[in-house]
Design a protein around this ligand. Sequence first.
Ligand SMILES: Nc1nc2c(c(=O)[nH]1)N=C([C@H](O)[C@H](O)COP(=O)(O)OP(=O)(O)OP(=O)(O)O)CN2
Ligand SMILES: [Zn+2]
Length: 141
Amino acid sequence: MYGLKTESSFDASHFLTDYHGKCENLHGHRWRVVAYLEVAELQTEGTCKDMVVDFGDFKGALRSLTERLDHHFIIEEGSLAPDTLACLEREGFALFTVPFRTTAENLAKWFFDALAEMGLPVAQVDVYETPNNCAFYRKEA
Ligand SMILES: Nc1nc2c(c(=O)[nH]1)N=C([C@H](O)[C@H](O)COP(=O)(O)OP(=O)(O)OP(=O)(O)O)CN2
Ligand SMILES: [Zn+2]
């Protein structure tokens, strides 16, 4: 088995719906995302011969995703009253709505699925909410 690993970070705000504690309040993180690719065999020809994929393509793919979230307010769909949402939009805040509770676990799966959709052989994605707390999502063995 061969693998690659790259990482990218982004700053974003969020809150957890139905959470009983400080994370029910709007707050921010510098999220750190670490992604892993795995393949059984390396590429056999062309510019990527003997590579899993080109590091440049891999890091570019992950960065394109973290850039979508950077300096955004990540909002679980339906978690804010429509008029609150309208006010935020009117103020020009950068919002990113997702159809799931904004836990590190769900964000790890969001990154995993997006990298897979880009055609990368993604094996695992780690999402650090704080330097010590990390959730991961990985492919079933
Ligand atoms: N399993 C998960 N647990 C929690 C998640 C999560 O995504 N998955 N998220 C949160 C909150 O978003 C929160 O921001 C994290 O808070 P906390 O663990 O309290 O982190 P701090 O570094 O701020 O904690 P201090 O020890 O107070 O510094 C909560 N749980
Ligand atoms: Zn948080």
